[in-house]
Design a protein around this ligand. Sequence first.
Ligand SMILES: [Zn+2]
Length: 472
Amino acid sequence: MHRDGINRRTILAASTAVAAAMILPRGAQAQSSAGALPARGEFVIRGANVLTMDATLGDLASGDVHVRNGAIVAVGQNIAAPGAEVIDGRGMICMPGLVDTHWHHWTNIFRPLVRNDVGSLGYFPVTAKFGPHYQPVDSYRSVRLGLAEALSAGITTTHNWSHNTRSPAHADAEIKAMQDVGMRGRFAYGTALGVGNDQPMDLADLARVKREGLPGDGMITLGICSRNVGNDPNPTRGTVTIEMAKREWGGARELGLPITLHTSGPRVTKLLDDAGLLGRNVQFVHPLNTTPEDRAIMAAKGVSYSISPIGESRRPVSAGVIQLGELLEAGVRASLSIDHVTTYNCDLFVGMRLLYSQNLHRLGGKVRVTTKRLVELSTIDGARDLGIADKVGSLAPGKRADLILVRTTDINIAPVGDPYDAIVFLAQPNNVDTVVVDGRILRRKNQFTALDHAKVLQEAAETIAALRGRAG
Ligand SMILES: [Zn+2]
């Protein structure tokens, strides 16, 4: 559907269809979305500069990647693949899809509403004002909008940090958006904005989602996003006591689910460790104020650390600084994330670039972070953070085919010398030519193969207008 073909009637019809989909039994939802995605076929990418991010396979200056039924079947040179569609990889870097490890997708539609330089219109007041007015269809459209941007920027896995899970229907809507777009990821079930800090999250519905709410193809996993714990100064997401955290985290762990939380506040790491709550299934987001003791605890307990370089580098120094060098030196597991896109765009290339610069700027080479290390953090280490490194994050036979082709003939990147330098210092989302998730080609020559771009935008605009009305 083209923009010109959209009128109010078609918008309303589409809205009704989405709303209806929210209350269909799950089987029917799965059927409708599966039909919209391209099939997992068989193809071979030939002649690309392949960065496998696999320690054994290494890199190939001119190599092939053979994909069949969603899986990588071979990586090498001159692979025999009779019958497979040939994709010309010459002039391209072929690498694992980028992995985002924390992103509040329900806020993706807020670009027209948030102002980074006007305090009263900042991210937190705007999300707090509009969040309570969300209906499931708003969650669906907001998530879908950001997933479309993520795909176009080379991200094939995202960690959907849903800290406005207002009801079971809202949870289903967010998961359905991930499924409909074909994105891999984790859905982190949260609490609704505005819910009292003395009210526990809906552990019964969490169990329902685990039991019957996820698609059967393993593309989407489940976790929880905890409210902040202890004396965190930022109350807009909610701040719960250590007793409430024990109750909620215990509920998640009984279901075998991982936990993520924002930890900008001081001394949270020690507080959680003293309560016996830390382990490898815990991810911290934005811990900008870590002490050497905090880092030692995180390393010892296997807690991972998600850095959102673009947003974090805008914070005043008083809020803490990005400590990539110190964290890597201490042996803390790290990964990269987008966080939100209300006042910047989705660009993990810029994220890597910022981290490189910021590390040199602060530490002057005391802790060396190479461009290859940054690409690892954005691919295989992100997959490790989300517990799916056995499936994705590198290109190797047997793994699921999540990969991107980055065009190296564009004016901003050509001519290419070291491919890692090109990815970190030069690449832009617009250079991402082809995006493959689980063997489905979702973007080709910078275009979506299935997603209706105009419809995604138009329905997002409808939701913004409706929210403005409901929120007054
Ligand atoms: Zn965040």
